[in-house]
Design a protein around this ligand. Structure first.
Ligand code: 7RM
Length: 668
């Protein structure tokens, strides 16, 4: 790419100049109150990480036996807080029992509304009650043959029992692997096989937009699956525990399947928390990589707990009186870290909602916020853009004045969505924390601190304490400010993944061989003059069109800044002349007509926003974009469609298969 072209691109990336300083009243009450305070703490934390993490681990965690060393680092394998023993469920529950908050709500759960319009159920579990339920269920696990170190698949809907099951595992040292309720029988079987799980915890069914998802049936199907050689994929499974949720008919296999509620009759509500090694495996969570086979990301006990606890408190400015709502599913890492472990380790009150944002109407979130007086909302850009599309009338119907902080996670948030979130949902008064992190990182890595960091729409801003990210070139050398490069992390951190389950080679290969001596995130990034990190998206989403490096996220952001566009995804298609051509898939706002004129207008709009180099070769209108159940646009599929190829590979995480059929047939 020519120098001139490069600088044009960079300028366009740097167009966003709005800055939002924390309000004085907010900062005055916040855990971190100024940039000076943040900078001092951060500098200390990376200059002397041993000292910093030692102090935090001693102050924040309840130890059954103190640790003797902070970090043993044999790249790429880290051991944190060795010699120590502790229990995650004891840190989330028992520690609050003799405190003033034992009778405070730990979890507030709202069920999906019924099809006949009846409101959803409500359940509140105080710390004391949650402690009892977790202890009882931990005894059920033991009664069914589970021992320390055994792996358990959790395949449940968004009900409190999902959190209870996770915490019960941690109480006795079993390793959970939560599989999102939207995954297929095949995915369940693959995860059982890879983890060697002994048990599945599931439900008869789960509600989704008024329908029943047959979870137990899927488990039955999974348990019948074989590999190509005729070997069972799931022979390690001894027991299946079934929660009754929908009362749909299910088959119970004698000797293998037991009902959750029946089992409770046989157990006491006292279960001592196992003394676990700091480095004992805590959970495995499968995530997709660049190959077809999902990776089992392994997290361990002490470091993960410390990371999620600290970030929950500082990033969300969490206080005891907050009603905090993270809208993720517990099947994703965001649900693990920021519904269950982080908030409970802080004695917070976390809300959990079973259903979809637009069921039965697109105001579900705003209704819930008003009903419970939610103070902190943590959601994803894809949801925010959907709300924008559905129209302002839905949030406007409800009183959102209880909100004091907003969070975003999962993908880059485009400035337009950021501004809408800020104005329409936050009433212009709530700071937004755009949090960058990954399944692999365990907890938030790059983020504003809401009482300290001036924010700019579209950037996750600066690193959290103890985190040393850098943007580097092909040789692994730091690039100058305002240049694009690969995002790496230079130092180990407590909540980092400890490996890929059963595949050390792949762990080394994927994360530690791209840039020598550093953790490679897979994301592209640049730092602006203030040192703020602008995540451009996955490196594989950066296109090279006729020698110009174009971030798909950048073009998408330009598209959604057009008043008629609700959402856009941009991919590359191989092109004989240019290397790659740019193809845009665009969802229009409700009521906007899809015309050839509009296509042209959008091309010109991009030309205007970014420059002629970014003018797409093709604009295609789509009723909806293919997304994973966690809301990430499946660009891999769009690339195949853009290239006129048959859609191949794993589509089990796809939210709605018919979207693909429509796109491929060219239906608009
Ligand atoms: C928490 C989570 C990780 C990938 C990551 C990025 C993207 C996540 C942001 C973001 C820009 C953000 N875990 N990503 N958060 N990009 N700004 N604030 O999403 O493992 O499922 O995904 O998501 O590409 O590498 S994840």
């Amino acid at each position: 790419m020519s120098k001139a072209a490069a600088s044009t691109n960079i300028e366009s990336l740097l167009k966003e100049t709005r800055v939002f300083k924390p309000a004085k009243e907010f900062a005055a009450e916040a855990h971190v109150r100024s940039m000076a305070q943040y900078k001092k703490l951060w500098t200390e934390s990376v200059k002397n990480p041993d000292k910093f993490w030692k102090k935090q681990a001693e102050a924040e965690l309840v130890w059954q036996k103190p640790f003797t060393r902070v970090l043993q680092w044999k790249e790429p394998f880290a051991k944190w807080f060795t010699g120590g023993r502790l229990n995650v469920s004891a840190n989330c529950l028992d520690r609050w029992l003799d405190s003033g908050i034992s009778n405070k709500a730990a979890l507030i759960w709202e069920g999906e509304p019924a099809t006949d319009g009846k409101p959803g159920e409500e359940r509140v579990l105080t710390y004391k009650q949650l402690h009892r339920e977790v202890s009882r269920f931990a005894n059920v696990l033991k009664r069914n043959g589970i021992q320390k170190g055994d792996r358990i698949i959790i395949y449940l809907p968004m009900v409190p029992e999902a959190a209870i099951a996770m915490l019960a595992c941690t109480r006795i040292g079993a390793v959970h692997s939560v599989v999102f309720g939207g995954f297929s029988a095949q995915s369940v079987a693959d995860r059982i096989q890879d983890s060697g799980a002994k048990m599945v915890i599931t439900a008869d069914g789960g509600y989704r937009r008024g329908a029943v998802v047959p979870l137990k049936k899927n488990v039955d199907d999974a348990l019948k699956l074989h590999d190509a050689a005729g070997q069972s994929l799931t022979k390690t499974i001894e027991k299946v525990i079934v929660l009754r949720r929908c009362a749909n008919e299910v088959h119970m296999a004698e000797g293998r399947d037991v009902w959750w509620h029946r089992e409770l009759d046989y157990v006491s509500d006292i279960c001592a928390a196992e003394k676990m090694d700091s480095e004992a495996p805590l959970f495995i969570l499968y995530t997709s990589g660049s190959t077809g086979k999902p990776k089992g990301i392994l997290h361990t006990t002490a470091g993960y707990l410390l990371g999620t606890k600290l970030t929950s408190r500082y990033v969300f400015d969490l206080k005891l009186e907050d009603v905090y709502w993270c809208t993720a599913d517990v099947g994703w890492v965001t649900g693990h870290s920021y519904i269950v472990y982080g908030p409970l380790a802080n004695g917070a009150t976390a809300l959990m909602y079973e259903g979809a944002p637009n069921w039965p109407e697109p105001d579900r979130f705003w209704r819930i916020i008003q009903k419970y007086g939610v103070t902190i909302l943590y959601t994803a850009p894809t949801a925010i853009r959907a709300f924008m599309k559905w129209g302002d009338e839905w949030p406007k119907k409800h009183d959102l004045s209880s909100l004091r902080l907003l969070g975003s996670v999962g993908e880059p948030i485009n400035p337009e969505a950021w501004m809408w979130y800020h104005t329409v949902i936050g009433g212009g008064r709530c700071p937004i924390v755009d949090t960058w992190w990954q399944t692999e990182t365990g907890s938030i890595m790059i983020t504003p601190l809401p009482g300290a960091t001036p924010t700019k729409p579209g950037t996750a801003t600066l690193p959290f304490f103890g985190i040393l990210p850098e943007v580097v070139d092909e040789q692994g050398k730091a690039v100058p400010k305002n240049s694009g490069g690969k995002l790496v992390v230079r130092k180990p951190w407590p909540s980092m993944l400890r490996g890929i389950w059963g595949d050390n080679e792949r762990y080394k290969q994927t994360y530690w061989s791209e840039v020598k001596g550093s953790y490679f995130t897979g994301d592209g990034c640049r730092q602006d003059k203030d040192g703020y990190f602008w995540i451009v998206g996955r490196i594989d989403d950066v296109l090279n069109v006729a020698g110009h490096r174009i971030g798909t996220a950048e073009v998408e952001s330009a598209l959604v800044s057009h008043p008629n566009v609700a959402e856009a995804a941009v991919v590359g298609r191989p092109d004989e002349l240019k290397g790659q051509a740019l193809v845009c898939f665009v969802t229009l706002k409700t009521g906007v007509k899809a015309t050839p004129e509009l296509k042209n207008e959008l091309r010109n709009h991009i030309g205007k926003e970014i420059g002629p180099v970014a003018k797409p070769d093709e604009v295609r209108f789509a009723e909806a974009l293919p997304k994973t159940r966690s809301g990430k646009i499946m660009r891999r599929l769009l690339k195949q469609i853009a290239s006129g190829l048959e859609v191949k590979g794993d589509t089990t995480t796809l939210e709605d298969l018919s979207v693909i059929a429509k796109l491929a047939s060219g239906e608009e």
